[in-house]
Design a protein around this ligand. Sequence first.
Ligand code: ATP
Ligand code: MG
Length: 338
Amino acid sequence: MSGSHQKRILTGDRPTGPLHLGHYVGSLQNRVRLQHRYDTFIIVADVQTLSTNFDHPENLPADVRQVALDNLAVGLDPDSASIFVQSMVPQIAELTVYFSMFITVNRLKHNPTIKTEAGQYGFEDNMTYGFLGYPVSQAADILFCRADLVPVGEDQLPVVEVSRFTARRFNELYDTVFPEPEGLSGDTARLVGLDGQAKMSKSLGNCIYLSDTTEAVRTKVMSAVTDPARIHRDDPGHPEICTIFSYHCAFNGGESADIGERCRAGTIGCVACKKRMVQVIEELLEPIRMRRAEFQRPGMVDEILMAGTERARTEGGRTMDMVRMAMHIDYFEERDRQ
Ligand code: ATP
Ligand code: MG
């Protein structure tokens, strides 16, 4: 359980759809592994979703619950980790405003993640204030609970850098309130998509979801594109360019070197290699499916989210007291009244 001496984790996801294997290796696995060693906060970042999806908020109620359920299904224990909704913690919005006073537009415009994602969403020439500023809002997500560690996929590390800078700058300008949070990526920092694209991503639709059925997993894996040089079963392959081989490396560590060699020698065909992959993914997903079923009792996810949000608000209140004092904006506190 939480204790004041315990270091803190803050991480989370945008509720833009169900979570997938990329989330699992990039961040979820680390959350589950570290949840008992760290006081853990998991944010369901609904406000950040609006930075790209402001014109269709109608999916949020279902997606917020879906993302919370995915986190519970992979093994986050609601007695250890507080899972909460970003928009319901007003201190995060407050902090965003204060941080935005000293974070420059140039720092945001030149951030590598902002540049890549702006390209992905077609925002290069016409970016909203909220999209450009999402790293500032994310700094507030991380710092509202004075977190020390942020388990994220590699794509998010440059955004965590903005949080580190924000903490440092705030502490220099006003007073030491925030730790400098560290980003932590999983062993597979970036999982490629089923289509071979650089990143498996909800918004690109190239995913195996944690909530996929056995049938869906089989269909997706068996139809994935592999090494085009392999037409016959015994053609020598190039595992380094094959999506399925990269999944063997991510999920089938013990066997992957052997599979790589056999692919190169042309002694394992793509169909056999894919069938083995289906088995490996099924072994991973089966316990996740069972835990999902346990948390699907009506109202259970909502109760967990409400309790986590309550705890986040309490912690946010403590941080804001420190922030106000450091910034000299605590005008009516007891100590100022004579
Ligand atoms: P969207 O496309 O809507 O932004 P996303 O798939 O990028 O969705 P996020 O909710 O933005 O997912 O990311 C949640 C966390 O999962 C982040 O820490 C991110 O770095 C990590 N993550 C997402 N996709 C991958 C991936 N393919 N490989 C490794 N980590 C990933
Ligand atoms: Mg993303």
